[in-house]
Design a protein around this ligand. Structure first.
Ligand code: A2H
Length: 232
């Protein structure tokens, strides 16, 4: 654990019934995957969510009607944190939860939102699923679920264009989501520049600097009930 607390924005993604057998007891509740992100301003480009296939997640009641699917560790942390005023409007696009093999179960909620235009990890994990039928078969992922995850440009970075993660992954010749060293370099290259030099291409703050609008977008997600804060 770091010394500085890490403040995550938890993006609420409602699970659409019918629920799998293990979750049948939750019928009638609103169930959300809650993904921890440091980049709430990238939510316009979300294509899917990520979970660890072998990871142990729980479903935790956060109030009378709502249930969060997260790690037990995050649920315990959340229990000690006052959840901000609740939450009427979930994000309503339909997306799939897909397997990502590099998820850490002791960071955030263990659920990650996927923005393949701006996150090298997300881009490579999606690329692996697109290119590798055996990987899809292993985790029961249908090709259609992956095909519908089209890259949707949301931020321009002068040096890297409108799909920074894709460009950097190609430039560095990254082979897969397991290419840890090169991915660390790709993240280093894109993360800071996205924040300091990025401009929004979409949404209500189109044309403005990422740095300026990040807190505004975060507040909007909180006020509309699409997100809650979480720190660890
Ligand atoms: B970020 P830090 Cl567009 N395991 O969100 C692995 N990765 C996790 C995780 C976990 N349990 N929980 C969160 N994360 C990811 C967006 C994003 C992120 C973009 C670009 C960069 C980026 C969309 N994915 O992070 O080690 C989440 O991905 C680059 C650092 O706590 C979260 O923000 O700094 C980020 O890692 C938190 O990483």
């Amino acid at each position: 654990e770091g010394v500085q607390p890490q403040d995550y924005t938890l993006i609420k993604m409602e699970v659409i019934p019918p629920f799998p057998p293990k979750m049948e007891c939750l019928k009638g509740k609103r169930v959300f995957l809650a993904a921890g992100t440091l980049r709430p301003e990238t939510m316009y480009g979300q294509t899917n969510a990520w979970v660890l296939p072998e990871g142990k997640y729980g479903a935790f009641e956060i109030n009378e009607t709502d249930v969060f699917v997260v790690t037990q560790r995050a649920a315990l942390n959340l229990a000690y944190q006052k959840l901000s005023k609740d939450l009427e409007k979930p994000i309503n696009e339909v997306i799939y939860a897909l397997p990502m093999l590099s998820i850490l179960m002791d960071k955030g909620t263990g659920v990650v939102t996927s923005v393949p235009t701006d996150s090298p990890d997300d881009y490579m994990a999606l690329n692996d699923l697109k290119l590798k039928p055996a990987l899809r078969a292993k985790y029961g992922v249908e090709e259609d679920w992956v095909k519908q995850c089209e890259l949707y440009p949301i931020i321009n970075i002068p040096e890297f264009g409108d799909k920074a993660a894709e460009k950097v992954c190609i430039d560095l010749k990254i082979k897969s989501q397991n290419d840890k060293e090169k991915l660390a370099e790709a993240k280093r290259l894109t993360y800071l520049k996205g924040f300091t030099e990025g401009t929004m291409l979409v949404g209500e703050f189109k044309g403005r600097k990422v740095q300026e609008v990040k807190p505004l977008i975060k507040n909007m997600l909180l006020e509309t009930g699409q997100a809650v804060m979480y720190s660890e």
